[in-house]
Design a protein around this ligand. Structure first.
Ligand code: OGA
Ligand code: MN
Length: 212
């Protein structure tokens, strides 16, 4: 696995990275105006109490685990997206088709949520696929932090393998950057954030979504 960083390349290049088993980092997946509107909409939902403390596990074993993750999430419902969210969803659809063409993975659709990491929050090293449920195939993370600067923390730490914690690369959660990788394979972690860190995180799935 390699981490490939792109600036001005097409969505096809991201799909090719996935086909090669690499982690794709694309800055400017969406433009700054969209990032700011999405962020403001998300912060309004946060103020209205529309985020829940994120849990770990699946089904009956789902539980709060503040030593593992401290983010808050708001599930997105495909049927009731705002106009701004729809603009992003259209691009995510283009990417889904492109990955299907490059990999024959048969990705059916995406599920996803907004996530907010208040100052002091993190998400320890993990993979995104549950042991007994492998419908999540490809992870995407879109960063909604237009004013991120060095020292704000909250970098995404991507490990090169599952068993060597000394070999990794950090990705800055700058507004508009999209990170994409194979959900089952890539061990990753969110370092402690010093500011309100926002993302739109989701997964392309092989089956229709249901909420865990
Ligand atoms: C996740 C996750 C990474 C990030 O939500 O599973 O790993 O950079 N997020 O927010
Ligand atoms: Mn993850």
């Amino acid at each position: 696995m390699r981490i490939v960083r792109h600036r001005d390349v097409s969505i096809d290049a991201i799909a090719a990275d996935i086909a090669d088993g690499n982690v794709s980092v694309k800055s400017d997946f969406i433009e700054e105006g969209l990032v700011r509107t999405l962020r403001n909409e998300a912060l309004a939902l946060w103020s209205d109490g529309e985020f829940d403390a994120a849990r770990v596990g699946i089904g009956d074993s789902k539980h709060l685990a503040p030593t593992v993750r401290r983010d808050w999430i708001h599930w997105l419902d495909d049927a009731s997206l705002t106009d701004t969210q729809l603009a992003v969803a259209a691009r995510l659809e283009t990417l889904r088709s492109a990955i299907n063409l490059h990999t024959f993975m048969g990705l059916f659709e995406w599920e996803g949520h907004l996530a907010l990491y208040p100052p002091g929050s993190f998400y320890k090293r993990h993979v995104d696929v549950f042991r007994n449920n492998r419908e999540r195939q490809v992870t995407f993370i879109l960063y909604l932090n237009p004013d991120w600067t060095e020292g704000d923390g909250g970098e995404l730490r991507v490990y090169e393998t599952g068993d060597d914690i000394s070999s990794y690369e950090d990705v800055e959660p700058r507004g508009g950057t999209l990170v994409t990788f194979l959900s089952e394979e890539v061990h990753h972690e969110v370092l402690t954030s010093q500011t309100d860190r926002l993302t739109w995180t989701g997964w392309y799935r092989t089956r229709p979504p249901h909420r865990y």
